[in-house]
Ligand binder design. Structure first.
Ligand code: URA
Length: 240
C-alpha cells in the first residue's frame, strides 16, 4: 500500500473528528390563512363576463370588477372606441396616461400614429374600425402588463370579441399577440402572416399581429414592416 516505513510502535488516528450533531430546534408554524375569500378570482371574472349579454353590460361588469388592483390606481376604465360591428377590430396592450385620462383607447401619441397608419388603407375609427385593449386599466407608470393581469382580464376580452363580432383582428404589439395567440414567440416572429385566435366558444378568428405603434415611434425604420402588414390587411378586407 506504499507504507514502507514504521515510524511509531502503534498507529495514530489522524482524521478530524466528525462535527457534533446540531441541536434540533422545534418551531411552531401558524396554519396558513385562507386567501380565496380575500380577492375576487379569475372564476369571478369569467362568470361576470359570461353574464353580460351586450357590450354595455360588459362595460358595466368590467367597471364593477374589483379583482385587480389596477382598478385602484386607474382614473378611468378604458373600454373601446370606434364603430361597433366594424369588420376589423384592433386589440392593443393597455391604456397609457392620456387614455387613462380620457377613458378611450389609443388617443395619445401612439394612437395618433395608429390613426395615420390605418388611414393609409382606408380605415378609421369613425367609419370602419373598432378598438380595444388587452387590459382596460392603465398599469401604474405604464409598465408592461404581467402574465397574471393578462390572464385575469382575458375572459372579458373573449366576451368582448363574441359580442362585437368582428371578422378579423389586428393584434397591436407583443402583449396582445402573445396573450391572444397563447404563445411565447416574439412579435417579430409572429407578424407578417395571418394567425388564428381560438375564442372561448371554440370559434376561430383570423388575426394579424403587428408591431405596436409606440415601438414604431421609437424605431421608425420598422415602419417598413408595418406597411407590409397594412397591405396584408387591406388585401384580406378586399377579399372579404
Ligand atoms: N398603447 C396601447 O396598447 N393601447 C392604448 O390604448 C394606448 C397605448
Amino acid at each position: 500500500m506504499g507504507a514502507d516505513e514504521a515510524i511509531l510502535e502503534a498507529p495514530v488516528a489522524r482524521r478530524l473528528p466528525d462535527p457534533a450533531p446540531k441541536a434540533t430546534v422545534s418551531v411552531s408554524v401558524p396554519a396558513p390563512r385562507p386567501v380565496v375569500a380575500l380577492s375576487p378570482t379569475l372564476g369571478e371574472a369569467a362568470s361576470l363576463a359570461a353574464a353580460a349579454s351586450s357590450l354595455e353590460e360588459l362595460r358595466e361588469a368590467m367597471a364593477g370588477f374589483t379583482g385587480s388592483s389596477l382598478r385602484d390606481t386607474a382614473t378611468n376604465l378604458v373600454f373601446s372606441d370606434g364603430v361597433v360591428g366594424a369588420g376589423t377590430m384592433i386589440i392593443g396592450e393597455a391604456p397609457g396616461a392620456e387614455e387613462d385620462r380620457q377613458g378611450k383607447p389609443f388617443v395619445g401619441a401612439s394612437g395618433q400614429l395608429l390613426d395615420r397608419m390605418f388611414a393609409t388603407i382606408g380605415l378609421s375609427r369613425s367609419e370602419n374600425l373598432y378598438i380595444t385593449n388587452i387590459l382596460p386599466f392603465r398599469p401604474p407608470g405604464n409598465r408592461t402588463p404581467t402574465d397574471a393581469e393578462v390572464a385575469l382580464f382575458m375572459p372579458f376580452l373573449m366576451r368582448h370579441l363574441e359580442l362585437a363580432r368582428p371578422k378579423r383582428l389586428v393584434l397591436a404589439g407583443a402583449v396582445s399577440a402573445k396573450g391572444l395567440l397563447r404563445t411565447r414567440d416574439g412579435i417579430t416572429r409572429l407578424r407578417g402572416k395571418w394567425q388564428q385566435v381560438t375564442m372561448a366558444n371554440g370559434q376561430v378568428m383570423d388575426a394579424l399581429p403587428m408591431l405596436h405603434p409606440a415601438y414604431l415611434l421609437r424605431n421608425p425604420i420598422a415602419k417598413r414592416e408595418a406597411w407590409a402588414d397594412l397591405v396584408l390587411l387591406r388585401r384580406a378586407i378586399n377579399d372579404g
